[in-house]
Ligand binder design. Structure first.
Ligand code: C2E
Ligand code: SIN
Ligand code: SIN
Ligand code: SIN
Ligand code: FE
Ligand code: FE
Length: 370
């Protein structure tokens, strides 16, 4: 179906209608689809695709529809590859007349490409991130123009910031998964505790965060970072970490350094996720009454994430066998929390914990070590 070019006013309307959606979108897949739709409407293309560079695998990849797998092609192939490699836009009337065109994708989709417009786009810092590709102009002329190129460039610049944020977001999620995986491996090789300890502390923290009234977003953040609270134990010698009996005063002094070490390990990163993890590692043995370590922080001086993790950690430690002690009965655990209400632990959090003990116990049984 042939269409008429948009007026400048219509073009603005398209951009405005997508601007808010794009600015608020944190999920990379969804953002790529919005950008593709915006490009398609803006320059009357039959199809539009946003390709991103995957440096690690030397590929270009994109998402064309919900529920459909990513499409991946080798970096440097086709018109898109040419455009990125040479950092120049490409406008052609008939793809099959152009040797740079790679008909592979058409062959697998059964679609026939004719006219094509490709523009590379770069990040704020000037690094090429990928390309916008529009295919098959839907006006009577059937070809893309210099004006289309300008409009697509405009669309790309509008979406660029959001795109960088979404890419960073995905990187963080991947980094986080790697860290948790590594943590789990450390846990298995360094201590006798199983990987479920990590999982349980995450779930207890998440549940308590929501009961306390933290936002969904903060609760999810805490769920990711709370299992890292003991990462500083990597630096504690086995003779202490695995000691079957009580620690001497000197040994416990060494053990106590795990809070500071964990903080130093995690605090080097500027990323919010790891900063939050650093705070939790640092403050998870602080006590509400100011008698904890390493800094003797008091009450709300202790970050809420750390106050929550403290309860999750102790609840799990008491409910599990440790090299130095057998698991406690639930009643005895609850007694301890009642005694430590306002001493070791935030009283408000203890109340929430006691009101909802059943839900915590369910998590324990769902991720049981034996
Ligand atoms: P963890 O095993 O993960 O224990 C975390 C926290 O749970 C402890 O922090 C403590 O607040 C609480 N907790 C654990 N077991 C008991 C218990 O039997 N009674 C009471 N009242 N509370 C308990 P804390 O004390 O700062 O210890 C930090 C870490 O030091 C522990 O982590 C563990 O790895 C190690 N640790 C502590 N005490 C001993 C011990 O007697 N022997 C050995 N081998 N390690 C110990
Ligand atoms: C591609 O799908 O790799 C791009 C096709 C082309 O532009 O040649
Ligand atoms: C772990 O090594 O999985 C953490 C151990 C702990 O919290 O005691
Ligand atoms: C944060 O997201 O790091 C702050 C959470 C809080 O203090 O409640
Ligand atoms: Fe600890
Ligand atoms: Fe712990």
């Amino acid at each position: 179906m042939e269409q008429n070019e948009l007026s400048p006013e219509q073009i603005l309307r398209v951009i405005f209608s997508y601007a808010a959606k794009i600015a608020n979108e944190k999920k990379l897949d969804q953002l790529l689809l919005f950008m593709a739709d915006m490009g398609r409407e803006l320059i009357l293309a039959d199809r539009c695709t946003v390709w991103l560079i995957d440096d690690k695998n030397k590929q270009l990849w994109t998402k064309v529809a919900h529920g459909v797998e990513e499409i991946r092609v080798p970096l440097g192939t086709g018109l898109v590859g040419y455009s990125i490699e040479n950092q120049e836009a490409v406008i052609i009337e008939d793809a099959y007349e152009d040797r740079r065109f790679n008909p592979e994708v058409d062959r697998s989709t059964g679609y026939i490409t004719k006219s094509v417009l490709v523009i590379p786009f770069e990040s704020n810092s000037g690094v090429i991130m990928g390309a916008y590709q529009a295919v098959n102009k839907k006006t009577s002329s059937g070809v893309f123009s210099k004006k289309d190129l300008e409009h697509l460039t405009l669309a790309a610049s509008y979406a660029g910031k959001s795109l960088e944020a979404a890419i960073l977001n995905r990187e963080i999620e991947e980094t986080q998964k790697e860290i948790i995986l590594t943590m789990g491996e450390i846990g298995e090789s360094r201590s006798k505790e199983t990987g479920f300890h990590v999982k349980r502390v995450a779930e207890y923290s998440y549940l308590l965060a929501l009961k306390y009234g933290l936002s969904q977003q903060d609760a999810e953040l805490l769920k990711m970072v709370s299992p890292m609270h003991d990462i500083g134990k990597v630096a504690i010698p086995d003779a202490i970490l695995q000691k079957p009996g009580r620690l001497t005063e000197e040994e416990f002094a060494v053990m106590m350094t795990h809070s500071e070490i964990g903080y130093q390990l995690l605090n080097n990163s500027s990323r919010h996720l790891l900063k939050s993890a650093a705070i939790v590692a640092h403050e998870h043995h602080e006590k509400w009454n100011g008698k904890g370590y390493p800094n003797g922080l008091k009450g709300e001086e202790i970050h809420i994430f750390a106050r929550i993790t403290a309860i999750a950690d102790v609840f799990d430690a008491l409910g599990s066998n440790r090299v130095y002690k057998p698991a406690w009965e639930l009643n005895r655990i609850i007694e301890l929390f009642k005694e430590e209400r306002g001493q070791h632990f935030d009283p408000q959090l203890v109340d929430l914990f006691i009101e909802n003990t059943e839900q915590f116990w369910e998590i324990r049984n769902a991720y049981c070590d034996h």
